[in-house]
Design a protein around this ligand. Sequence first.
Ligand SMILES: Nc1ncnc2c1ncn2[C@@H]1O[C@H](COP(=O)(O)OP(=O)(O)O)[C@@H](O)[C@H]1O
Ligand SMILES: [Mg+2]
Length: 259
Amino acid sequence: MAFSKRCILRKPCKTADTDRCNSLCPHYIAIHGYNGDGGRVEAANIPKDYRLLTLATSPACAEQATAYETIDRYAATFARQFEADGGRIKSLYLYSVEPGTGKTTTACALINEWIIVHYIGSIRRGLRPIDRPAYFLDVNAWQSDYNEFNRAKVPEYIAEPAAARYYNAQQAAMYAPFAVLDDVGVRECTEAFRADLHRIVNHRVTNGLPTVYTSNVPLAKLNEVFREPTPRLVDRMRDMCVTITFEGGSKRGMRGLTK
Ligand SMILES: Nc1ncnc2c1ncn2[C@@H]1O[C@H](COP(=O)(O)OP(=O)(O)O)[C@@H](O)[C@H]1O
Ligand SMILES: [Mg+2]
């Protein structure tokens, strides 16, 4: 396999597939770490299977062609992160009725696109790219961590690392310049967990931080998650959010059958 296939910078990179394209490339290391399991992609917490994904290589691209037209145009606005008056970068709400339509896949491709634009844009301007320009929060996994330290008689050696993971993830999801909140439509949860999720979204919305949400709950019904007497947070989310509906049924288990 050509080494460039292991690096999300392959398309814009001028040395891709030359003899300088190898695991010692400082840009490869900055993005993917020494063994492909570090760098900014690891710091972003992107699931392992999706670490090399870009919009162009996303398996959902062909099937969700209409959605991807909008998504490509959206990714083109990422350059605004360097422009003081470049206009706001909106948020996206990737919604489908059925699971398995490619929402998480697409959200991961978008995070990688953000990392690429941030990294190259910073270097071009003589700036140091920040260590965590983006963060992927798997809301279900985050809730599992919450449950792990909030049960009766949890031994300390289980509770403590779970709590550390949980609060670190919360901070990262609040402060990253770009974030994915994957599967934000949680149904069953405690009031305390609800409040913690609310805090992340509220902080991002208040500070105008672009966020990609994925969900099987329509945005208009998302207050069923936050349960505010008047749906203030969801109203404010809607102000700067474009909803993209993914059509069709589940493609789970199809990987490998396409490209
Ligand atoms: N259009 C598609 N063609 C082929 N595989 C797809 C397509 N959309 C999604 N997949 C694959 O199906 C699986 C589920 O996709 P995922 O992004 O997790 O869906 P969702 O987040 O909408 O539930 C993943 O392995 C993904 O790579
Ligand atoms: Mg998903």
